[in-house]
Design a protein around this ligand. Structure first.
Ligand SMILES: Cc1ncc(COP(=O)(O)O)c(C=O)c1O
Length: 191
């Protein structure tokens, strides 16, 4: 029985509630829940890699994708500290706030670049300019489709940008909502 009838589309929740198969899997797992789940972890990585047609070493499991967003910010902050360089995070605004919130909590500066008026698309040129004008490492957090605007970033523009970016510009593509996309022009960044 759902206690909250709201469909919170910006929360990446399954508003239909937990599937019976998922409930059963959770209950079945209780019997082995006293062990660290190393074998199950490896099995899950193998499955996720296969579904996404990547190698197992390209998969990082997190407790939710928030953990992976945090890891990327932390990893680049460590790299910058090691190399004595500056580091900044560049985000469109508005977008899913976790990269910004985590970066701010560890004193990494965050530059917010407003979405384009009317189309709500990312202002890629301005985002790029913020990085070009910065002396150090930049991480772009790009949520595609974007939460909360549901807008898609043009694949060709994105490819051209990533393809010509210098190696101190990093891209974090968050495709948490990609399964909902019906627009055939959307292409996952996995490739
Ligand atoms: C765009 C986006 N990315 C990541 C997350 C984090 O999801 P998780 O629950 O997997 O940490 C959310 C959650 O709302 C989200 O909207």
């Amino acid at each position: 029985m759902l206690t909250n009838p709201l469909i919170e589309l910006n929360s990446n929740e399954n508003s239909l509630g937990m599937a019976n198969s998922a409930k059963k899997a959770v209950i079945d797992a209780l019997d082995i829940g006293f062990r660290y789940p190393d074998d199950q972890r490896v099995a899950l990585i193998t499955k996720v890699a296969k579904i996404n047609d990547v190698t197992e070493s390209q998969i990082s499991l997190g407790s939710g994708s928030s953990e992976n967003i945090r890891t990327v910010v932390q990893m680049l902050q460590n790299k910058a500290l090691r190399e004595g360089r500056n580091f900044q995070v560049i985000v469109p605004h508005p977008t899913f706030a976790y990269a910004e919130l985590y970066a701010t909590s560890i004193n990494v500066p965050v530059v917010k670049v407003a979405l384009m008026p009317e189309s709500y698309s990312f202002d890629l040129q301005n985002m790029q300019k913020v990085a070009d004008d910065f002396d150090g490492i930049s991480l772009f957090y790009l949520c595609n489709p974007n939460n909360p605007t549901a807008t898609i970033t043009d694949t060709d523009e994105l490819k051209a940008w990533v393809g010509t970016a210098p190696d101190h510009h990093y891209f974090l593509l968050d495709e948490a909502y990609s399964e909902y996309v019906t627009d055939p022009s959307f292409e996952s960044g996995i490739a």
